[in-house]
Write a protein that binds this ligand. Structure first.
Ligand code: MG
Length: 203
């Protein structure tokens, strides 16, 4: 499986990082080894002093496809979840300044904690989904999918022009505003609507 992620997909988050609004989705990948499942702890890496949380809705690909038309994209996913796109912001900023790829800052071990997946049919409207991240019981990030610049179906269509999508692939669909650093000892809890989906510690 592979993890495909979208950067700069919420206007307010683009502003907080002083980035430009893109014409096309900004796509990057993480290796499978980035995944943390079943509320395993996240171990703070030794190469960074500024690891940021980015809470994001996940889409799990359910069948193989390429060059998928946007109007058929909904047939390629049955389940959604929530995850954290951990980012070594200090390292990413250095790499960005030099025009170099972000992989080390985004794809390191444990940089992709993910929740279990639930059927998308459990939600009335995927384009109006609330999600949030609490740290130590305090809400730090809150988003709604209606604020996405590029919607799920468009993202799937766009990505499938370049990557063959396969069953089990996971799409991180971008983070809303409010990103910030985590500290050792923090407890992160991510909610899809009011459901506690993911809860783990930073060690
Ligand atoms: Mg992200």
């Amino acid at each position: 499986m592979k993890i495909i992620a979208v950067g700069r997909n919420y206007a307010e988050h683009i502003k907080e990082l002083n980035n430009e609004q893109p014409d096309d989705p900004v796509i990057f990948t993480k290796p499978e080894t980035a995944i943390l499942r079943t509320n395993e702890p996240f171990y703070f890496p030794d190469f960074s002093t500024d690891v940021h949380y980015e809470v994001e809705i996940l889409v799990k690909i359910s069948r193989t496809g390429k060059n998928i038309d946007e109007k058929f994209a909904h047939k390629y996913y049955d389940e959604i979840g929530i995850g954290i796109d951990f980012t070594a912001r200090d390292l990413q900023s250095k790499l960005k300044a030099k025009g170099l790829p972000w992989d080390l800052a985004k794809g390191f071990n444990g940089s992709a904690p993910i929740s279990p997946f639930v059927p998308k049919t459990e939600f009335a409207d995927l384009q109006n989904l609330n999600f949030r991240l609490d740290i130590n019981g305090e809400t730090r990030q809150q988003g709604n999918t209606s604020l996405m610049l590029f919607k799920f179906d468009y993202l799937i269509s766009f990505v499938s022009r370049y990557f063959l999508l396969q069953q089990g692939d996971i799409l991180f669909t971008g983070t809303p505003k409010g990103v910030g650093p985590v500290q050792v000892g923090d407890r992160l809890t991510a909610y899809l609507e009011d459901r506690n989906m993911l809860e783990f510690d930073v060690k």
